[in-house]
Every structure is written in C-alpha cells, then in structure tokens.
Design a protein around this ligand. Structure first.
Ligand code: SF4
Length: 334
C-alpha cells in the first residue's frame, strides 16, 4: 500500500466522530453557501444554505448510457407516471472517508469542518424541508458519505413516520461501500425500519472497475476495491431496494477489456443480474474538481469512454436484448 493512500478504518472513525452527535441525535450537515460546489447549482442553495435542488435526468449525455436512478425507483414508489427528469431535495452530510478526485463536493466540505457545517436533528431537517420545499416528493440524503453516520437514514424515517409523512417523500441515500458501519452502529430495530420502509432506495457506488482505477479515483488502498462487493452483498441480503453506480475513469489505457470482464464477473458473483442494476456514471469536471486535475485526470476523462464501450460489450455478451430492456426496478438481485 502506498504511503499516500488513505487508511480507511482510521479515517472513517475520525470522520464519524466529527460527523455525528449521538446524544443529541444530530448529523453534521454541509453548508453549501460559499462553496465552489455552489457555482454548479442550477438553483440557489435552499434550506438556509443546507439544502439544494437536484434535477436527476434520465438522458443527460449523448455519448453515455442512460441513467434511470433514482428516477425509476422514485416514480414507482410514488405511483407517478414516467418522466425523464425528477427534481429532488438534497442534503449532504459533512464527512467522507475517501477523497475521489472527481468529487463535485469541495474537500473542505468533507472534513467535518465546523466552519462549513452545522449539526441538525431529523426534526430540524424536516422543518427546513417543509419551509423551503413543501412540494418536494423526493429527498436525497447524500454526502459526503452518509453511511459514516448510518443513523441518519432511520432517524429521518422515524421523523417522517411520526409526522404522518412517510408516504409523501421517496427517500434515497448513497453509500460508497467503504465500511461495515451499517451493522456496527445500527440496532436491529433501525435496520428493520430501513428494510421495511416502503419509500426508500439506496445506491452503492463502485469507484472504479479494477483495483488500479479504484485507487486512482479514491486514494483508498487497492484491497478496499474487493471489499466494496462484500459490503454490497451484505446489503442485498438485508432486502433493501439496492442499486449500483460505477465510475470508469482510469489513467491506464491497457487491460481494459480484461479488467471489465473481471469486474462483471465480480458483480455476477453477487448476483447474476447485478450488472443490470448497475449504472455507469460519466465523470465531468465540476468547479471543485478543476483545480485538482492533473494530466492523469485529464487522460482518465477520455479513457472512461473506452471503458464504457467495454462495459456495453460485456452487457451484450452476458444478457439478451430483452433482459437489457427490463426496467432497473424490476431486475431481481435476491
Ligand atoms: S466517496 Fe463520494 S463524497 Fe466521498 S470523495 Fe468520493 S465522490 Fe466524494
């Protein structure tokens, strides 16, 4: 392991300590106002600077796969008609244990730095949501890495349920698949709430398609790549409505086809159908990213298209055209 890679267990513990107030049942949320990320927002930050509106689009790029997440699971849960775009209310927790060079969040908003963040309880968050965005139908608990503070999701679920709002909002959260905090810090009651909450979906993010790209992207050690699949398997076994993202940026132009074959094998070791629940994300240089980019990163933005082609080849080799057309929500992975 390079001396420059992150020690995930230690750094996770530090970030968790900064990111949660257990006795007050509060989560450290990022203040978006004044950030570089704010320059990329299509609507001004809301919820007193702690929230933002995100427009999820099914087809945002001509040269990339469509992205049905979280549009399809949300529309299904809400009983709404198909649409190509969904407007969601997003909150970000203020800690992450990895440092992906392409992260669209300012790194100083991932450190649990109290200059750019504030502790908020679930009642605080729901109050802000009601004040600023009463018509929202979807809430995205994002980050940062929400699962460093896994209590956040069941706390919000309980609050919405207590206020009779459990059916008003579809809840979505993401997870960088870096630790077992879900099982270490949640009670069985918490996990049961998450499992049985009907308006919830979750996405796990594979941060590369092989160890080299994973470490290049995250600064985490290469062995954490295989661990992502183990953690994903454990979440599937819990019966959560689970999906996957993957990023394909890599500075290495060799071994792409072979690496993609192995990546798809690893997905299929979790479940034969998992590639059909996996959505590739095209990396683009948002404002906070630009100052981090060096020649390797520029190259990786170009090479991701070759990797994406290899992904499409593997999908057509492994699944029939009919299987590839099944709505992502209806792909069984249990
Ligand atoms: S894991 Fe997510 S929040 Fe953390 S640095 Fe990577 S992209 Fe950003």
């Amino acid at each position: 392991m390079s001396s420059e890679t992150i020690k995930t267990p230690e750094f996770s513990a530090l970030m968790r300590k900064r990111g949660i107030d257990l006795s007050g049942r509060r989560i450290l949320l990022t203040r978006l106002t004044g950030s570089e990320q704010e320059k990329d927002l299509s609507e001004p930050a809301n919820c007193k600077g702690f929230g933002r509106i995100r427009h999820f689009r099914f087809n945002s790029s001509e040269d990339w796969s469509d992205n049905p997440l979280p549009i399809y699971p949300a529309l299904r849960a809400l009983g709404l008609k198909q649409t190509a775009e969904l407007r969601a209310q997003v909150f970000q927790n203020a800690v992450c244990n990895w440092r992906c060079w392409y992260c669209y969040v300012d790194f100083n908003r991932l450190n649990g730095d109290r200059r750019y963040s504030e502790f908020m309880s679930a009642p605080d968050l729901v109050d802000l949501l009601h004040e600023a965005n009463p018509d929202a139908c979807m809430v995205d608990l994002s980050g940062g890495q929400p699962d460093l503070t896994p209590e956040w999701v069941p706390w919000v679920m309980r609050e919405l349920t207590d206020r009779g709002l459990a059916e008003k909002y579809f809840l979505w959260s993401d997870d960088n698949l870096s630790n077992d905090y879900f099982w270490r810090f949640l009670s069985r009651d918490d996990i049961d709430i998450i499992r049985s909450y009907p308006m919830y979906g979750r996405v796990g993010c594979f941060k590369g398609f092989d160890e080299r790209s994973f470490t290049f992207n995250t600064t985490a050690p290469p062995e954490d790549f295989a661990q992502q699949f183990d953690l994903f398997s454990r979440l599937v076994a819990e019966g959560i409505d689970l999906y996957a993202y993957v990023t394909f940026t890599t500075p290495f132009g060799d071994g792409i086809a072979d690496g993609m074959t192995k990546f798809c094998d690893m997905l299929q070791n979790v479940h034969r159908n998992l590639p059909l629940r996996t959505v590739p994300l095209k990396v683009a240089p948002f404002t906070p990213v630009k100052s981090r980019m060096k020649a390797d990163h520029e190259r990786s933005i170009t090479i991701q298209h070759e990797v994406h082609s290899a992904w499409l080849d593997e999908l057509s080799r492994r699944f029939s055209a009919v299987e590839r057309k099944v709505s992502i929500c209806n792909v069984a992975i249990r």
